[in-house]
Ligand binder design. Structure first.
Ligand code: MN
Length: 268
């Protein structure tokens, strides 16, 4: 049942950098006087865990010395457990972050920050993933203030009382509040393929690999998140989960129709 705008909104916060991350605390502090806020975050850093759920081990919930509850699992685990067992109410909004580093373009596929927000969205709840562009927490207070403004703006526009959930991906440049530009609606850009894997030898003489760094922007044209944040603006991109390639359904219809049934699987 929809609640009234005058009600105190209920917000579930998670992240992928872990429950001790400065970005999580900043987001909590920015929202705690405008909403009933609950934090449930991963115990460890879970960057690039996307929507992963832990199915092969039990999940435990503990409370940290900072008051936040943490889970020995992924960002999506945290939101999933919260919505299916831990909370005795349904939040009006799920927010994730503020992430330590950009989640733009193809990053959104890998991002645990986006994954936590997406888990809320998949449960029918509006959700926002917040990231700071650089990985140094510089001007985190300004990013938190921008996050708060966006949440309040969405509430004032009655976007939280909606039959249809939405999912926003937000990237905020590391600038002082006064220097942050406009909030711009963007499409996702693209990155080049990642850098080479880093090959090393461990102390036992075995070969090992480290995943290389993400590639630089390949499509950072005007209108993309890369372009907006480079200009000092806050980028907002609405995301959807349906990965169907609608543009090419016609092409694949012809190809699929010409597929020959597998002779081995046909019963004689
Ligand atoms: Mn992260």
């Amino acid at each position: 049942m929809p609640r009234y705008l005058t009600d105190f909104m209920k917000i579930l916060i998670s992240n992928d950098d872990g429950y001790m991350a400065p970005g999580l605390m900043a987001l909590y502090q920015a929202l705690q006087d405008v909403a009933e806020v609950e934090v449930i975050a991963p115990e460890q850093n879970n960057s690039a865990k996307s929507n992963a759920l832990t199915l092969n081990a039990p999940l435990y919930v503990h409370q940290g010395t900072n008051g936040f509850r943490f889970v020995n699992g992924t960002p999506a685990d945290c939101v999933h457990i919260a919505l299916t067992g831990l909370l005795d109410y349904r939040p009006d909004l799920v927010v994730s972050g503020i992430n330590n580093g950009a989640n733009m373009g193809d990053d959104t596929i890998y991002s645990g920050t986006v994954g936590a927000a997406m888990e809320g969205y998949l449960f029918g709840i509006p959700a926002i993933a917040f990231s700071q562009v650089q990985k140094n927490w510089l001007h985190l207070d300004a990013a938190a203030r921008k996050a708060r403004e966006l949440v309040l703006g969405m509430q004032q526009q009655q976007q939280l009382i909606t039959a249809k959930p939405w999912l926003l991906n937000v990237n905020i440049p590391n600038l002082p509040y006064e220097q942050i530009g406009r909030t711009k609606l963007c499409r996702l850009g693209r990155r080049h393929a990642a850098e080479k894997a880093i090959e090393q030898t461990n102390p036992r003489g075995e070969r090992m690999y480290w995943i290389g760094a993400a590639g630089p922007a390949a499509d950072d044209a005007e209108g993309t998140d890369f372009h907006a944040t480079t200009q000092g603006h806050v980028s907002i991109t609405p995301l959807k989960v349906d990965l169907t390639d609608y543009d090419n359904l016609g092409y694949w219809a012809q190809t699929a129709a010409r597929l020959v049934p597998d002779a081995n699987s046909s019963s004689a």
